[in-house]
Design a protein around this ligand. Structure first.
Ligand code: NDP
Length: 277
């Protein structure tokens, strides 16, 4: 029987995960099914239990179910515990394991695809939602010199900073929270982990941050640059969207499920071309 995988989300029709995982499977000569399942706003736990009871081997989980996915699993692996959310479920020996591959996906995209060093960097991470939490640990372990968190609701950034204070101390990173207007250059790397672009908005960062020519990254992606990336490029910054992170987190999920590492770069190129239409 063909092994079954799926991505759960609400909505999920826009998800690129079926494209990516089918491309990985084709590339690696593996026979698997990968479908997109929208269980409705309330239906995740029941739909996921049914999927795995019927023999599902693994799943990706996207908004808004990542926290529920962690709660559903029999065992949360360290990356999912740290992130407080799971984007990957793995059926293994009758048990359901939860992992989170978003952080490693971002780190690989930045350091390998874009050649942006994190070690010794001065990083501004904008946002304090699930995506920011998921990448914070992996970024800290790369040992930037300084990591500043800024969020529209500063209290959420403070909570995040407290949750990661011990890891920052262990890795020797100066971890701070700042309000928009207190932010001052230089930063070598700005990461937008907000969903502002969805509303066609951008976090109100002081323009001089861009003028210092940092590398500017938006976790969102699409056919056209996000408002945040357009603003950064207008000031002459180098920019990248989150498409590479998406492909890298998927490659890590594929590895967890199948034990082989696909060629993420080839699939990234295909997906970029497909997005451009
Ligand atoms: P959440 O809903 O958990 O958090 C949203 C964050 O965005 C909060 O910090 C919120 O601030 C902030 N925000 C929302 N609107 C605005 C605005 N208009 N101005 C300033 N800040 C705003 O979402 P996630 O953290 O899960 O996801 C964030 C983004 O990351 C999404 O766009 C998602 O698509 C992307 N993502 C990409 C991935 C990839 O593989 N490329 C993987 C995971 C996520 P506040 O706290 O004040 O509400």
């Amino acid at each position: 029987m063909t092994d079954r995988y799926a991505v759960f989300g609400h909505p999920v029709a826009h998800s690129k995960s079926p494209f990516i995982h089918r491309a990985f499977a084709e590339q690696m000569g593996q026979d698997l099914d990968y479908e997109a399942i929208d269980p409705g706003a309330e239906g995740f736990a029941e739909a996921a239990r049914r999927f795995f009871a019927e023999g599902g081997r693994g799943a990706n989980v996207t908004l808004p179910f990542k926290e529920e996915a962690l709660a559903l699993a029999d065992e949360a692996l360290p990356r999912a515990c740290e992130a407080g959310a799971a984007n990957t479920l793995i059926a293994r020996e009758g048990r359901l394991l939860a992992d989170n591959t978003d952080g490693v996906g971002l780190v690989r995209d930045l350091t390998r695809r874009h050649g942006v060093p994190l070690a010794g960097a001065e990083v501004l991470l904008v946002g304090a939602g699930g995506a920011a939490r998921g990448v914070l640990g992996p970024i800290l372990r790369e040992r930037p010199r300084r990591l500043v968190l800024a969020n529209r609701t500063p209290a959420r950034a403070e909570t995040l900073a407290r949750a990661f204070a011990a890891l920052a101390a262990e890795t020797g990173v100066k971890l701070d929270v700042q309000t928009w207007d207190a932010l001052r250059p230089p930063f070598t790397l700005l990461i937008n982990a907000t969903s502002a672009s969805l509303a066609g908005e951008l976090p109100p960062l002081p323009p001089e941050l861009f003028a210092a020519r940092p590398f500017v990254y938006d976790m969102m992606y699409g056919a056209a640059p996000t408002p945040f990336l357009r603003e950064a490029a207008r000031h002459g910054a180098h920019t990248a969207d989150g498409l590479g992170m998406l492909v890298e987190q998927a490659a890590e999920s594929f590895f967890l499920w199948r034990g082989v590492r696909p060629d993420a770069q080839a699939v990234y190129a295909r997906l970029r071309a497909a997005l451009a239409g």
